[in-house]
Design a protein around this ligand. Structure first.
Ligand SMILES: Cc1ncc(COP(=O)(O)O)c(C=O)c1O
Length: 437
């Protein structure tokens, strides 16, 4: 018999049965896809300046429904949120040598999108409790070269847009809100995605709702919407016949969504409120359960905001626990089982999130477009050194952990197992400290 209760040291784990998988596809999506296949029109986009320039019926219906749902004048669908960020900055007129202030803790495209237009990303540290861009730091980073800001609603909580939009207005900056993780979140009664000048959503397969791949950009500015439509669809082919006079960034691509994805996304949009309610209930249950563990706190909810919990983030106090975060989480993971169909990914509790983006080799070596350091060689006093964003680095290395074991397919009993694993490790933490790990 094992000397320890902890599964990490041979004790009986809290749970061995895999957790349920989050799968939002059903009969509605199947029927929608078949409808498109039967039509024979899997895409109706045309690059030329014809009616097909704006896509087929599913794409147009999705855009109308998405815009109405979030409360914006226009929605422009693309093939990913990454593309949406690129078209948004292009439409905003970002160009070589411009500085774009970006978040260091996010999927990398939130910070690398400016590079596609030859602009230089400038990293802004985050608030220690919400993990979103800190407006005070943002203001201190503005220079005469700053043209835009990409603000991320990290983990599903809106950033402090009240202050950010005020700063942007005073300095004449375009604000792109990366709401890829925040569908159905709110701030001050307005939906995430509509808080900046352009908002971006993701429909990739990891998100609350998805169409495999896909992205949407929303805006109230018709001119920006039209410029985004141009860039997603071979702008140069349509510019002449359309009579476009401002050719800035009218170098297009093919970032079009297919009718198949749009038809699925329409079904998914209708499911979002129900999926979100279940997710929020599960998060509340997890937070309540973990409130008995003094070393673990939920970061914080901004006043006037609702959170959509792409991931559920926590802060871990190593001093209070007497053990390092990784040691503690290793023990928790040992108590639990992976997610069915995702066994190779292990137990989905993560110490930190993605690494601070400026740690990536492209920033450390300043090699992005070509081999000669462009566009970094246009930058003045822009740093990517370690320690640049101390809050993010501390969160990443020691304080933050997050989980997706609270999605809508998790039953209450599944949540209770997750909580039980944390509580068990907490009770037996002295055994972990004794290992000296
Ligand atoms: C905050 C954020 N922005 C952008 C993206 C990119 O999304 P996509 O995969 O649709 O390009 C992601 C994807 O994980 C994300 O989490």
């Amino acid at each position: 018999m094992s000397k320890s209760e902890l599964a990490l040291f041979g004790g009986k784990p809290v749970r061995t049965e895999p957790f349920p998988r989050y799968n939002t596809m059903g009969d509605e999506e199947r029927e929608a896809v078949l409808r498109v296949i039967d039509s024979g029109d899997l895409s109706k986009f045309m690059g030329a300046w014809t009616e097909g320039f704006y896509g087929g019926p599913e794409v147009r219906a999705l855009e109308a429904e998405w815009a109405a749902d979030v409360g914006s004048a226009r929605a422009v669908s693309v093939n990913s949120a990454s593309s949406a960020l690129v078209v948004a900055l292009g439409a905003a007129g970002v160009g070589p040598g411009d500085e774009v202030i970006v978040a260091p803790y996010s999927m990398c495209i939130s910070a690398t999108a400016p590079l596609f237009w030859g602009a230089v990303p400038v990293f802004c540290d985050v608030e220690p409790d919400t993990f979103c861009m800190d407006p005070a730091v943002l203001e201190s980073l503005i220079t005469p070269r700053t043209r835009a800001v990409v603000v991320v609603d990290l983990f599903g909580q809106p950033a402090d847009f009240g202050r950010i939009m005020d700063i942007a207005a005073r300095h004449g900056l375009v604000v792109v809100e990366d709401a890829a993780q925040a569908p159905l979140a709110h701030l001050g009664g307005r939906r995430a995605g509509t808080l900046g000048h352009i908002g971006v959503f993701s429909l990739n397969c990891h998100k609350h709702i998805h169409s495999g791949e896909g992205g949407i950009a929303v805006t109230d500015d018709t001119a920006l919407a039209e410029r985004m439509c141009m860039i997603r669809n071979h702008a140069e082919a349509a510019a002449g016949p359309r009579g476009e006079t401002d050719l800035c960034n009218m170098v297009g691509h093919n970032m079009r969504m297919t009718e198949l994805e749009a038809s699925v996304a329409r079904c998914q949009l209708r499911k979002l409120p129900g999926l979100m309610e279940a997710r929020r209930d599960n998060c509340r249950r997890t937070m309540d359960g973990l409130s008995t563990v003094p070393a673990i706190t939920f970061g914080g909810l901004r006043e006037g905001a609702t959170h959509s919990f792409y991931l559920l983030p926590f802060l871990f106090d190593e001093a209070a626990a007497g053990v390092a975060r990784e040691t503690f989480l290793d023990a928790v993971r040992a108590e639990l089982a992976p997610t069915r169909g995702r066994e190779k990914e292990g137990v989905k509790i993560y110490g930190g999130y993605v690494q601070p983006i400026y740690w990536l080799p492209l920033f450390q070596r300043r090699v992005a477009l070509g081999r000669d350091g462009f566009p970094f060689n246009l930058a003045v006093n822009v740093s990517y050194e370690r320690g640049l964003c101390p809050v993010v680095e501390r969160l990443h290395l020691r304080e933050l952990f997050c989980t997706d074991l609270m999605h809508a397919a998790m039953a209450e009993s599944d949540i209770d197992d997750v909580v039980a694993a944390f509580c068990k490790v907490w009770e037996h933490r002295s055994e972990l400290a004794a290992t000296g790990e």
